[in-house]
Design a protein around this ligand. Structure first.
Ligand code: MRU
Length: 354
């Protein structure tokens, strides 16, 4: 559906779809302060790497308007923006789009020769263009994805993990963008959505998006993915990414790595769909990617009930790294690449950002 926009500027504030309440309630949260934006990212009212980036960009806009110092002192204004940026950067460590979008916003402010009010005005334009470009990027990813999906005579059954849909971007989605394109071109039979414990983004968000658009979707528990592959129910896997290292190693939602292992064991192509802004060219390999650990309550509590006895220890990494050798292709807005060709292919197009 083209009308799912999880982060928009509305009058003088940011309007977020509250993703913690889906699918049961479709409600919005209006954010007026940069510190509230940091909290919304931390608590996953807004989540998904590109959406986090867009939200942070708007957070900088809000922060720029919180400046109360001397209107003629640009050094003080830029120092204030750095403080706002620092708070936003503290929210979620793995999704590199967060850091990318903040850097873009600070660059726009630092390179601006106008007055503080003019910078504040233009920062909004920069954030809005980051959002608009993200939707276009997702559409381009969808188009490239369509060209690399296996050319089966039958329609495809695609498994995805977590939510890399419109909700996780400014609109349309990356992995779900490829799926949307396949559906729009009559090449998709159905989606298999992993529920994605512990936060259940697959069950709560991916299935919701599919239902909005009438895309047939089968929800499975994460433990069922390998079985479905063995049963011949899956033709391809398409997932999103939170950070891709230069060699193609890819951090994505916890559980992605086991899906990739199972796909390789069954000879099923495994694709990562992500914008170039998700590639961290500074990192040589996935071991350098910081992995967020979240509150253990996410795993020991289901609803309001604790599901294990006292005295148990917990480990709750929110992401894992799928090694490049398990990845068939990385689908970007500039084309699809094997992991080994990613850096050289994008380098030839002068698209490597350091
Ligand atoms: O913890 P989340 O819900 O922010 O994790 C989201 C994912 O892992 C997505 O697959 C990834 O950010 C890509 S979104 C287009």
């Amino acid at each position: 559906m083209d009308s799912i926009f999880p982060v928009i500027w509305f009058e003088d504030r940011v309007r977020l779809i509250d993703q913690t309440r889906l699918p049961n309630e479709y409600t919005f949260v209006d954010v007026r302060l940069s510190s509230d934006m940091a909290e919304a990212i931390r608590t996953m009212i807004v989540r998904g790497a590109p959406a986090i980036g867009v939200a942070a960009a708007f957070g900088i806009v809000l922060g720029s308007r919180e400046y109360t110092g001397d209107q003629g002192d640009k050094t003080a204004f830029l120092a204030h923006l750095e403080t706002v940026a620092a708070e936003l950067r503290q929210t979620r460590p793995t999704a590199v789009n967060l850091f990318w979008a903040i850097a873009k916003m600070l660059e726009a402010a630092k390179g601006h020769s106008g007055s503080i009010p003019k910078i504040q005005e233009d920062l909004l334009k920069t954030a809005q263009s980051i959002a608009t470009e993200d939707v276009e990027t997702c559409r381009a990813i969808g188009g490239h994805g369509l060209r690399v999906l296996p050319p089966t005579p039958e329609k495809l059954r695609i498994l995805t993990h977590c939510n890399a849909g419109a909700l996780a971007t400014a609109g349309y989605g990356t992995a779900l963008g490829v799926i949307r394109s396949a559906w729009g071109s009559d090449r998709l039979e159905r989606v298999y959505a992993d529920e994605t414990r512990p936060r259940m983004q697959g069950a709560k968000l991916t299935t919701w998006e599919c239902v909005q658009e009438g895309i047939p979707v089968t929800l499975i528990a994460d433990t069922m993915a390998a079985h479905c592959m063995q049963q011949g129910l899956i033709d391809a896997v398409v997932v999103g990414a939170d950070r891709i290292a230069r060699n193609g190693d890819t951090a994505n939602k916890i559980g992605t790595y086991s899906v990739a292992l199972a796909a390789q064991a069954h000879g099923i192509p495994f694709y990562v769909a992500a914008p170039v802004s998700t590639i961290d060219f500074k990192l040589g390999s996935g071991v350098e990617i910081p992995i967020e650990e979240r509150n253990p309550q996410e795993i020991y509590q289901v609803g309001f009930s604790r599901i294990c006895p006292a005295g148990v220890d917990f480990y709750n990494p929110a992401f894992d790294v799928t090694p490049a050798h398990l990845i068939t292709g990385i689908i970007t807005e500039h084309g699809a690449f094997s992991p080994g060709e990613l850096a050289s292919g994008l380098g030839e197009m002068n698209l490597i950002q350091d």
